[in-house]
Design a protein around this ligand. Structure first.
Ligand code: SIN
Ligand code: CO
Length: 370
């Protein structure tokens, strides 16, 4: 199937809208046929390996129900919305929707969540910490966009749901099949179904800064000489007993900075951003079965839809990140990695380093062979 990227001026989008402003892409996908129906979505929500929830509005009260659901879970008297996470992991046609945003680094994409709502169903006014492209599937949904929010924004009391107490509507858009609304992080939004509808949310991920600091420091501690100590070579005379002086702190910070500057290994970043959403759970002998298929003539490698794969140039070769782990390979594998990350397929050829690369990717559970 051909790659289908959004038709938009990507440079202008990145400069003006990405992470900053909402953007309506009306008629982005003319004649869009949603790759999953409401019934198929309900079927997924009945599977206990799939993460799903229902949000129901009972007058002013918002109720959260966790899946898996049975048929009776879909019979409710109040407006409700079913949300199924990571549908792209299970349905390749849904995974292909991620190619719409192929102008953004693929490791920034988290998953494609799909929602189904009855008339009036909504998850309430809220904001997300991540960017999202909301693609309307079946039916219509009215999207209301509001104020900028942050961790100090007032929420309704609820153990798990983060619904805003105030919503200051600033724009409204009625989306129909194939329309897309981009919403940046921190912007209040509220989508209300007009009749039954489905919405595909191509959601992004961004590591928390505290997770980045923690990974960086862990890696630094592995490299740092434990026999280095704080030094105060040109110590000024202490005149006020017990005082820690600004100069003492400056010295500590300068020595810390010198230690941080020694941290050349930056693998922690790729390992963090390629961590899988769910831990891969290959059956026994799965990797061996894939290796056996690889040996067959004309074998084609396929990237699994749930795989997190990225690569990075390194003075010593190409660092490959697969489901949260990394390994260094010969530079010759770069074109294979580009093919796998871009087309999600790779025809197996005799190339330097390719066998080792494929072995690593099989071990990490990111590829299959057909
Ligand atoms: C929905 O699809 O109803 C909710 C998506 C969102 O607000 O992020
Ligand atoms: Co949202």
């Amino acid at each position: 199937m051909p790659r289908r990227e959004l038709q938009l001026d990507t440079e202008q989008f990145l400069a003006r809208y990405w992470q900053k402003m909402p953007l309506l892409l009306s008629g982005a996908l003319p004649g869009f046929e949603p790759p999953v129906t409401a019934d198929e979505l309900a079927g997924l929500a009945m599977d206990d390996n799939v993460e799903s929830r229902i949000i129901e509005q009972q007058q002013d009260t918002w109720l959260l129900h966790h899946g898996p659901f049975t048929e009776s879970g879909f019979q409710r008297d109040n407006p409700w919305t079913l949300l199924v996470q990571a549908v792209d992991h299970y349905l390749p046609d849904v995974a292909r929707l991620r190619q719409l945003v192929g102008f953004l680094p693929s490791w920034r994409v988290d998953d494609v969540m799909v929602s189904y709502a009855v008339d009036g169903g909504s998850v309430g006014p809220h904001y997300d910490n991540y960017d999202v492209f909301l693609l309307q599937g079946e039916g219509q949904r009215l999207w209301r966009l509001g104020q900028r929010c942050d961790a100090d924004s007032d929420l309704l009391p609820h153990d798990s749901l983060k619904i805003l107490r105030e919503f200051e509507c600033q724009q409204e858009f009625l989306l129909g099949p194939g329309d897309i609304l981009y919403v940046p992080p921190g912007l209040a939004h509220w989508g209300i179904a007009r009749g039954e509808c489905t919405t595909f949310s191509i959601g992004f991920r961004a590591p928390r800064l505290n997770a980045m600091v923690s990974r960086w420091v862990d890696r630094l501690l592995e490299q740092l000489d434990p026999e280095l100590f704080y030094r105060d070579l040109h110590c000024e005379p202490a005149v006020r007993p017990g005082e820690i002086r600004p100069r003492d702190l400056e010295r500590a910070m300068a020595q810390l900075q010198a230690a941080l500057d020694q941290a050349e290994d930056n693998r922690w970043f790729g390992e963090l951003v390629t961590e899988p959403r769910y831990d891969p759970d290959p059956g026994p002998g799965e990797a061996d079965a894939v290796r056996a298929r690889l040996a067959a003539p004309g074998a084609t490698v396929e990237l699994l839809p749930e795989a997190k794969l990225a690569w990075q140039e390194d003075p010593a070769g190409i660092l490959v990140y697969a489901n949260g782990e990394s390994e260094l390979f010969a530079s010759a594998v770069q074109s294979d990695l580009e093919a796998l990350c871009g087309d999600w397929r790779l025809a197996v050829q005799d190339r330097e380093g390719l066998d080792e690369l494929l072995d690593f990717l099989i071990e990490r559970g990111v590829i299959d062979v057909c």
